[in-house]
Design a protein around this ligand. Structure first.
Ligand code: NAD
Ligand code: IPM
Ligand code: MN
Length: 350
């Protein structure tokens, strides 16, 4: 098959991990006889430096005319005090909005060799295999009005029923192919937007009688996630809660560097690791590229419908970990290697 894929390395370790993910896609293309046309574009801090905006028009246009987008990460400390319009993160939010993606799938799967890479007890995390479906187009991230002065900051968290319904349907559909359980996470004891959320999710659940639905509050979920992670299958939640819970879920898998994501439901799908640009390790060549590589596998599965190829790439990740290889964030792995070595070994197993 042929696919046009836009590559957005972005900032910091985004560059290092994306390079390895693209190389893995090239290996898959070669081995299975596919043709991927890659186009690299600017986003985030590098776009600010070169063009003065975090999301250049050309970047969005190229993304919209491609079949999928693979992004590394955006952000760096030198932009942290920029006005909102000139922040790298605003570029990423603009990209998500421009593509129209509204469901962000963040699977957290613990590879058995990494049980000791996590600070959590092995008996608690063993068997972790959950999927966070994070609403990506609404909530506090996109609420209007928004404002900041020296004395005042304003954001609003608002949801409409259709916004909740469409992401809930994604969660229930995916749960059908998994362990048939959906946990909807909200703060309905306090927030009106969550009261709507709970009502709509309950209504959607009626169309999926074979799926078990439970509701939970986000504060209690933050605790339960690290106490009984194996009790979760699919978690569906609003934008900000999903952002926070997914970084927490990363700890269950050994490292934030392990988590991939797929953002779907819009005009063009977007794939990115869950982690950020990691300024503390940027430029050192030691970032874990497996979240980015696993994101490329999701691209093969969801956009290209290449299930076998996706599985080959995911299995290669599993084998590399079984062999004891790991970047420094995976301290328990006996064979410590760099970002590019990790990419190379994954490709060898492919
Ligand atoms: P971060 O995810 O960049 O890093 C958090 C910690 O995890 C750091 O100690 C980092 O070294 C480690 N880490 C992250 N990814 C890793 C990997 N692949 N391998 C090994 N270690 C890894 O979060 P932060 O430090 O809070 O944010 C840094 C910048 O990234 C900020 O500007 C933030 O806005 C941005 N950010 C961007 C995205 C994105 O582009 N999707 C996501 C999160 C944060
Ligand atoms: C993520 C990041 C982004 C988010 C930021 C960088 C805009 O934290 O992808 O998880 O909050 O969605
Ligand atoms: Mn985040």
């Amino acid at each position: 098959m042929r696919a046009r894929i836009t590559i957005l390395p972005g900032d910091g370790i985004g560059v290092d991990v994306t390079r390895e993910a693209v190389a893995c896609l090239e290996t898959i293309a070669e081995k299975f006889g596919h043709e991927f046309d890659f186009k690299t574009q600017l986003i985030g801090g590098v776009a600010l430096d070169r063009l003065g905006v975090p999301l250049p028009d050309e970047t969005l246009e190229v993304c919209l005319s491609s079949d999928a987008v693979l992004l590394g990460a955006v952000g760096a400390p030198q932009y942290d005090n920029n006005p909102p319009k000139l922040k790298p993160e605003t570029g990423l939010l603009g990209l998500r909005a421009g593509l129209g993606v509204f469901a962000n799938l963040r699977p957290a799967f613990l590879h058995e060799p990494l049980v000791d890479a996590s600070p959590l007890k092995a008996e608690i995390i063993r068997g972790t295999d959950l999927l966070i479906v994070r609403e990506l187009a609404g909530g506090a991230y996109f609420g209007r009005p928004r404002e900041v002065t020296d004395e005042y900051g304003l954001n609003t968290m608002a949801y409409t029923a259709p916004e909740v319904e469409r992401v809930a349907r994604v969660a229930f559909e995916i749960a059908r192919g998994r362990r048939k359980k959906v946990t909807s996470i909200d703060k309905a004891n306090v927030l009106e937007s969550s009261q709507l959320w709970r009502k709509v999710v309950t209504r959607v659940a009626a169309d999926y009688p074979e799926i078990m639905l439970e509701h939970g509050y986000v504060d209690s979920c933050a605790m339960a996630l690290v106490m009984r992670p194996t009790s979760y299958d699919v978690i569906v939640t609003e934008n900000l809660f999903g952002d926070i819970l997914s970084d927490e879920a990363a700890v269950l898998t050994g490292s934030l560097g392990m988590l991939p994501s797929a953002s779907i439901g819009g005009k063009v799908d977007l794939y990115e690791p869950v982690h950020g640009s990691a300024p503390d390790i940027a430029g050192k060549g030691i970032a874990n590229p497996l979240g980015a590589i696993a994101s490329a596998a999701l691209l093969l599965r969801y956009t290209c419908k290449l299930e076998r190829e996706a599985k080959v790439l995911e299995d290669a990740i599993g084998k590399v970990l079984n062999e004891g290889y790991g970047t420094p964030d995976l301290k328990s792995q006996p064979k410590q290697i760099t970002t590019s070595e990790m990419g190379e070994i994954v490709r060898r197993y492919v």
